[in-house]
Design a protein around this ligand. Structure first.
Ligand code: SAM
Length: 240
């Protein structure tokens, strides 16, 4: 059994509070050229482009980019298969990483390089915004079969899908994603490792890369960040 994860991604992530938060921010700031790094299937990228903005969606996963291109509205986006280094210098006034992309950079050098690339890609005073799960909220404790089990409709019929935390060694957390065909009993697992950086580390990394943090929120309703907030949502501006 092979689950086409990219095709199933939107079914697995139906909530759009995050996309609405970032789209409202872009509207308020009046930005005209955006970069969506780690755009995945491109739901946010297409939303940002739908208001007549120039939008670049970058992702290293060819399956994600394939699905993004096929979605309605995808023709208005400049999709790029690659990493942050393929963002053009001085090309944007708004850069975003949604869907906890910031946590895929588990090694600090890769994270710093990514921030430097986005600094280079942004115009002076351009905005960088992203979210990262707050280590203080211990999200990994909820990643059990019981709490995360869902059944997806796929071309091969229903497929069960769930997460289980494998190990925690902060700031790193490893978790397995399981898929199982209930008809055949066939099962597969894939391991990912995420970085749970805390607020001081994230703010320091942004300052070092040449950004100033203007806002810190704890949820998509713009509640101020507190130690137990689920999310760390940061809005930063390129200093010069
Ligand atoms: C959970 S998805 C989020 C997708 C999208 N931003 C969203 O909000 O739905 C994480 C994405 O990060 C991408 N990714 C993984 N490593 C990356 C890297 N080094 N640079 C940029 N994106 C990366 C993955 O391919 C995947 O599409």
């Amino acid at each position: 059994m092979v689950l086409d994860f990219a095709a199933a991604y939107d079914q697995l992530n139906p909530d759009d509070d995050d996309y609405r938060f970032y789209a409202a921010l872009a509207d308020e700031l009046g930005v005209t050229r955006v970069i969506d790094l780690g755009c995945g299937t491109g739901t946010l990228t297409r939303l940002l482009a739908s208001r007549g903005r120039a939008a670049v969606g970058i992702d290293p996963d060819p399956d994600m980019i394939r699905v993004a291109r096929q979605r309605s509205g995808g023709e208005h986006v400049d999709w790029r298969l690659g990493f942050s280094d393929c963002a053009d210098t001085g090309s944007a006034d708004f850069a975003v990483m949604s869907g906890h992309v910031a946590q895929v950079f588990r090694d600090d050098d890769a994270w710093s390089r990514t921030l430097r690339d986005l600094h280079r890609a942004l115009l002076p005073n351009g905005t960088l915004t992203f979210e990262s799960r707050n280590p203080g909220a211990h999200a990994w404790e909820q990643w059990t079969r019981q709490a995360t089990l869902r059944t997806l409709d796929t071309v091969e019929g229903p497929v069960e899908f769930w997460h289980e935390t494998a190990w925690v060694s902060l700031p790193l957390v490893a978790y397995d994603t399981f898929t199982r065909n209930p008809r055949t009993g066939e099962q597969a697992a894939n391991r990912d490792i995420l970085a749970f950086r805390d607020v001081p580390v994230l703010v320091d990394s942004l300052e070092t890369a040449g950004f100033s943090v203007s806002h810190q929120y704890g949820d998509w309703q713009r509640t101020p960040l507190s130690p137990g907030s689920r999310e760390i949502i940061l809005v930063a501006h390129r200093r010069s």
